[in-house]
Design a protein around this ligand. Structure first.
Ligand code: SAH
Length: 360
């Protein structure tokens, strides 16, 4: 018997085509294919057997030809602030994290695009486990799909690529995943509600800008000078600030700067003024992120009062700024933390080409 085709690993149009062929061969009407397509993403099922609108014999036949894989839920943690963290195991044993963050009437799902990460940002737990592998498009989109199938399902309204990995170093999969996330007949999340966060991988930004949908771009800036940014983010050697800012200006939609507040490192008033100047030059919105200390033992968080003061300096220059709430600190919700705690670091493939980080 041929290896079953994973229907989730196909674009919607390819899935539709193979299903039409499958039902046509059996003398079944075309609407059968549409019934199954709907069950891939839009109203997902755990197995073909749950597609009760199909006769039982067809469900069995589907199962003989196609696969509908799940992400295996290893652990689900709930924070006192209602943030939930999911640890999924992939077929090859890799672990990835997904975090659901409720806020008023929204639920933002923070998804992973790679198992591990090659970039080694000094304050990030994912970086410490090294790069393991890229996720396939379906593994990225399936993190949202699973939310519709778990007990006590999560109603995802927004998606951010701020889990494990650098999405723009896995562009072909992220590109296809964006389509699955956004297409009304797949997961149906509005493009303006989907944010790709990057350290500034230029070819990826150009590719994202070419997409006609209004996907949002967030840039992890974290330091207003190359000297400091290089210490925190080795990738700055390859993509220095000037290049990242140039890409931000060329992006035809408003971008967000992410700036993690590191006590005594990047949080003085002069850093705030420099950051504001850069943000202004790109008409960017600034998000100040309190450090999750669990991800970064060498750093301490800037105290909330000082974050507020930093924000006032930025705002004083006319730049829009928000302070992100730190969420899920009681459940190891910082990027990469849960996997490191539960599954160990794996055998990291260190990205020597990016150089080493000297932590101040
Ligand atoms: N690689 C992408 C997306 C994943 S990280 C990027 O860097 O943008 C998502 C965001 O979480 C980034 O802004 C990252 O710098 C930040 N982050 C990583 N570790 C953190 C920590 N310990 N505390 C707070 N934010 C952190």
């Amino acid at each position: 018997m041929p290896y079953p085709t994973n229907l989730l690993d196909l674009s919607l149009s390819d899935a539709s085509r193979v299903l039409h062929a499958f039902f046509a061969e059996r003398g079944e009407p075309a609407y059968r294919a549409r019934q199954v397509v709907r069950r891939l993403w839009q109203a997902p099922v755990r197995s073909f057997d749950e597609i009760t609108e199909l006769p039982a014999a067809l469900r069995v036949a589907l199962g003989g030809h196609f696969a509908l894989p799940r992400l295996e839920l290893v652990e689900r943690q709930r924070s006192a602030d209602r943030t939930q963290k999911f640890l999924f195991r992939l077929a090859d044993g890799q672990g990835i994290e997904t975090v659901a963050i409720p806020d008023d009437d929204r639920v933002t799902l923070c998804i992973s695009s790679q198992a591990g990460c090659a970039l080694q940002c000094a304050f990030c737990a994912t970086g410490r486990m090294g790069f393991q592998r890229n996720l396939a498009a379906w593994e990225i989109a399936a993190q949202v799909r699973e939310m519709r199938m778990v007990d006590d399902p999560v109603r995802v309204t927004n998606v951010v690529f701020m889990g494990m990995g650098e999405p723009l170093m896995n562009w072909s999969a992220v590109d296809a995943a964006l389509t699955l996330l956004n297409a009304p007949e797949a997961l149906g999340i509005g493009a303006r509600h989907i944010t790709v966060s990057t350290v500034g991988v230029l070819p990826g930004i150009v590719a994202l800008a070419k997409r006609p949908e209004q996907f949002r771009l967030a840039l992890s800036i974290h330091a207003p000078s190359d000297a400091l940014r290089r210490q925190l983010m080795p990738i700055n050697v390859k993509y220095p600030l000037a290049d990242v800012l140039g890409a931000a200006r060329a992006f035809d939609r408003r971008v967000t700067f992410e700036y993690v507040m590191l006590g005594g490192v990047n949080d003085t008033a002069s850093h705030a003024l420099e950051l504001a100047r850069l943000a202004k030059s790109c008409r960017a919105f600034v998000n100040l992120i309190p450090l999750h200390e669990g991800g970064a033992t060498e750093f301490r968080a800037t105290p909330p009062r000082d974050i507020a003061r930093f924000a006032r300096v930025v705002r004083g220059t006319g730049v829009e700024v928000a302070i992100r709430k730190s969420r899920g600190t009681d459940i190891a919700a910082a990027c990469g933390q849960l996997r490191v705690e539960r599954l160990g670091r794996g055998a990291p493939r260190r990205a020597h080409e990016h150089g080493h980080v000297d932590v101040v």
